[in-house]
Design a protein around this ligand. Structure first.
Ligand SMILES: Cc1cc2nc3c(=O)[nH]c(=O)nc-3n(C[C@H](O)[C@H](O)[C@H](O)COP(=O)(O)OP(=O)(O)OC[C@H]3O[C@@H](n4cnc5c(N)ncnc54)[C@H](O)[C@@H]3O)c2cc1C
Length: 471
């Protein structure tokens, strides 16, 4: 593979030129506002500089919403899972799924890859290595000029007159407050809750267990027996990583009779569903999503083969964990088929919606409307896990459980896995970015426009720029 800085420079120039050609309408339309501290208020604060936050900011900038700030608690390059807990070698989605480029051909991953490694390399590429995806995301944000502040975490959101207050904490421990008219939470899989594991596993000492999204010291698992719960892609990736690190045995426990190999997110990747799912009534949205999220995500062939090539990989089918205790420095599991002892447990058990688990929502978590508050499915479609998902407005904003208690929720937009029940795959999914990000951006700009209607009306009345000189 050949690194080609000149070609990347040429590509950057082409992107800037392309953006200039499609910049219409160029006219700025937002007026600076002052916050309670006398300092300028951001029109939008985007929390999270992963692919969703970057693409959202890019979309806002194309709509001439430029007074924005993107923050991320991670250091530059470490946003999202790609260089941390994503333990696969490549993306799972096909290489031609576009997203952060927002339909600009020169900004696609393919264009970047061809500039970096050549067209032949792209043609020969099967799936995108995850580190390259992370590198590409940095390129996108730099070339379009997204203003990102890394090492800055959002601690808490609170209302402040006609804007929102964001209490921030920097990686050096310094705290700071900023104000914004709107907030987009592009905070990833756990953005509206937490990584979930059974309570009896959480109760074990941390040296005996981890979630698949935790920072796991795999080198310490050499020569040990590892048990993994779950049969989704991340569970298999963690099992493979433990095997490659020299674990003596890795046992993966799948509660189904056989692991689920269907990937429903592949089925739904068509324009009709991606564009119009969010416009369906509640009954149809619930029906589709309970089927899709009920199936959970299947794993790709490579993920399975990566485990299967090790003779010391043991798959336990139709066996769920029902309890756990510590015994002689090891974990003792009870399962639906008996008991099992391991040195270390990894839960590939996904996320759970729980607003109260997020410090950002302190003070208003209880008034965020969920699907349980808005829709009662027929008995055969009931699902408590899905009922806990937030019920979002058409602009991805939170809705109030009790109207009037926390009206500022209409200015907090969630673009994460939590958006899925209301909007289908949207945040936290590459396949939907091309349709979902423009929809989110349009919702945010609509809110900003409507809030300024009086000013726009007065501006129109004052408008006196002649188009022609009468002679
Ligand atoms: C292991 C794994 C593999 C995946 N593989 C694929 C794949 O191959 N194809 C596909 O389409 N999808 C895949 N996904 C799904 C999805 O594309 C990813 O989860 C992707 O990272 C989502 O991007 P995001 O920007 O929404 O969230 P993230 O990339 O997770 O970014 C969220 C960011 O928000 C920041 N943040 C969170 N809270 C705060 C806070 N309070 N203050 C400041 N910053 C904060 C985090 O530091 C993080 O950088 C995968 C997901 C996982 C977990």
């Amino acid at each position: 593979m050949l690194d080609s800085p000149n070609k990347l420079d040429a590509l950057s120039a082409q992107i800037r030129s392309d953006l200039d050609r499609i910049a219409h309408p160029r006219q700025p339309w937002l007026e600076p506002k002052t916050g309670p501290d006398g300092k300028p208020v951001f029109d939008v604060a985007v929390v999270g500089a992963g692919q969703s936050g970057i693409a959202t900011a890019f979309g806002l900038m194309r709509a001439q919403v430029r007074n924005i700030l993107v923050i991320d608690k991670a250091e530059r390059g470490m946003e999202g899972p790609w260089r941390t807990y994503a333990r696969m070698k490549t993306l799972r989605s096909p290489k031609d799924f576009t997203g952060p480029d927002l339909d600009l051909p020169s900004l696609t991953y393919q264009s970047w890859h061809e500039a970096r490694f050549g067209a032949e390399s792209w043609a020969a590429l099967d799936l995108i290595p995850k580190e390259l995806w992370a590198e590409y995301l940095l390129f996108v944000r730099d070339v379009v000029g997204v203003p990102v502040e890394n090492g800055t975490a959002l601690r808490r959101i609170a209302p402040a007159g006609d804007c929102l207050r964001l209490d921030l904490i920097m990686s050096d421990g310094e705290t700071r407050t900023i104000y914004a008219r709107k907030i987009v939470l592009a905070t990833g899989q756990e953005g509206a809750g937490l990584w979930w594991m059974p309570e009896f596993i959480r109760a074990l000492p941390p040296h005996l267990r981890a979630h698949a999204a935790d920072d796991i010291a795999f080198e310490r698992l050499k020569g040990t027996t590892v048990a993994v719960l779950g049969a989704g892609a991340s569970a298999f990736d963690n099992a493979a990583t433990a095997l490659e690190a020299g674990a003596s045995e890795v046992h993966l426990f799948c509660r189904r009779a056989t692991p689920q190999t269907i990937q429903p997110y592949r089925w739904l990747t068509f324009a009709g569903f991606l564009r119009h799912f969010s416009e369906l009534d509640d009954a149809w949205r619930w029906r589709f999503m309970s089927q899709i999220l009920g199936l959970r995500e299947g794993f790709p062939q490579e993920t399975y083969d990566r485990c299967r090539r090790h003779a010391n990989f043991i798959l336990h089918e139709g066996e769920a964990w029902t309890g756990a205790s510590e015994t002689g420095g090891r974990a003792r599991l009870t399962t639906t088929k008996g008991s099992f002892e391991a040195d270390f447990l990894i839960c590939g058990t996904g996320v759970e919606m729980d607003f109260s688990a997020r410090a950002e929502f302190d003070g208003f978590a209880g008034n965020i409307a969920t699907w349980a508050d808005r829709y009662e499915p027929p008995a055969e479609e009931r699902d408590e896990r899905l009922a806990r998902f937030p019920y979002l407005g058409p602009d991805f904003a939170f809705c109030e459980k009790v109207s009037g208690l926390t009206p500022f929720l209409r200015d907090i937009h969630l673009f994460a896995i939590g958006s899925t029940m209301s909007h289908g795959p949207s945040g936290s999914s590459i396949n939907a970015m091309t349709t979902a990000v423009p929809k989110l951006v349009s919702g945010v700009t609509r809110g900003l426009f409507e809030a300024d209607l009086d000013r726009h009306w007065r501006s129109l009345q004052r408008y006196d720029v002649p188009q022609a000189i009468l002679r």
